[in-house]
Write a protein that binds this ligand. Structure first.
Ligand SMILES: *Cc1c(COP(=O)(O)O)cnc(C)c1O
Length: 350
């Protein structure tokens, strides 16, 4: 089916902003119950254009977390604004009380990052944002399909930013991204900014950027979208299996369980904490199990980024202790059990 999509786009020479992009945008907007979804060329640009559309610029402060991919901060910095970094909680997500404490008159946006496919505490975050009249841009790069009681990541704030990079749950075959919003004016601005500042009539309204989602990528995404719900189901089954197999293992701490709350996690990763993280990784490697650490150095401690000094104890602890166990739709039960047994073997009864 991917080949058919490829041939159809090639034979009709439909490369830029054609029907496949529109079909993909409509499918995502329907799925997330938002009015607008706008395809762009990466999750990074989704964040950057969303901040631009909000008018973020020099002198503005944007509150977010240091426990994120560097793109979240880069988008803020490239707008000329200052990232104000706050700590995360047990769920790897922004702590609402820390958010409230970080708000100043210069705060012009808040970027909650839905890490590892789990929604931030959006009711609490929106209450604070509304109280201070600050717009929320969700970094939902890792959380397409995650929801709280049926309300989807990317549909809570003024804007949502998604990545379609090959490491994300729904991915294309290269770079891609998406902005969501219910606001028609913001949607129009994003469409204009992604396409050199041209509006729908091709009138040049401002200087913009070249940040379109390729029609070919959209055609391939429309195929992948058919398998997306099943993929998420499988990820969730694996998470349940890991929980069951490891919850009594004292040597590791598992992700916060979504039961019995209304959180629906999509497990773009399955991060665990372990005091002897590097020892556990070496052990799993010796058993031919690949693990991923995101991220060994917290962004606020990277001297090259020249961020304002701040102490973020939980972010720093996670950077020391976190590793992600394998999780993807093609992992079978026997492989999960092998991972569980190998972790337990390292723990040696602890
Ligand atoms: C992947 C990711 C991004 C950036 O997305 P790209 O498509 O790679 O540009 C931004 N934020 C988070 C949290 C991510 O995981």
């Amino acid at each position: 089916m991917l080949t058919a999509a490829f041939e159809s786009v090639g034979s009709s020479a439909s490369y830029i902003l054609r029907d496949d992009v529109r079909a993909f945008e409509t499918a995502i907007a329907d799925k997330l119950a938002v009015k607008f979804a706008i395809g762009v060329n990466s999750g990074t640009d989704a964040l950057f254009l969303a901040l631009k559309a909000l008018g973020i610029g020099a002198g503005d402060e944007v509150i977010t977390v240091a426990h994120t991919f560097v793109a979240t901060l880069a988008a803020i910095v490239h707008c000329g604004a200052k990232p104000v970094l706050i700590d995360i909680g047990q769920d790897f997500n922004l702590v609402p009380d820390a958010l409230r404490a970080a708000i100043t008159p210069a705060t012009k946006a808040i970027i909650p990052v839905h890490m590892n496919g789990r929604c931030c505490d959006m009711p609490a975050i929106l209450a604070i944002a509304d109280q201070y009249g600050v717009p929320v841009l969700e970094d939902a790069a890792q959380a397409l399909g995650a929801h709280i009681d049926g309300r989807y990541a990317g549909s809570f704030g003024r804007l949502g930013a998604f990545s379609l990079h090959p490491m994300k749950n729904l991915h294309c075959y290269g770079d891609g991204g998406l902005v969501t919003t219910n606001d028609p004016l913001l949607a129009e601005k994003i469409r204009m900014l992604r396409n050199h500042g041209q509006n729908e009539n091709k009138d040049l309204m401002a200087f913009g950027f070249n940040s379109r989602l390729d029609n070919l990528q959209a055609a391939l995404l429309n195929v992948n979208l058919r398998y997306f719900a099943d993929d998420i189901d499988r990820r969730r089954q694996i998470a349940v299996r890991y929980h069951a197999g490891l919850s009594d293992c004292q040597a590791v701490r598992l992700p916060v369980s979504s039961q019995p709350t209304g959180y629906f996690d999509v497990f773009s990763a399955y991060p665990i904490l372990c005091r002897d993280r590097d020892g556990l990784i070496r052990h799993l490697q010796s058993r031919h199990i690949e693990c991923f650490v995101h991220w060994p150095q917290p962004l606020h401690l990277n001297p090259h980024l020249q961020l304002a000094p701040v102490s973020l104890p939980m972010t720093e602890q996670v950077a020391r202790e976190v590793l992600s166990l394998p999780i993807h739709p093609f992992l079978d039960d026997a492989q999960c059990d092998y991972v569980i047994a190998s972790v337990r073997e390292f723990a040696g009864g602890r």
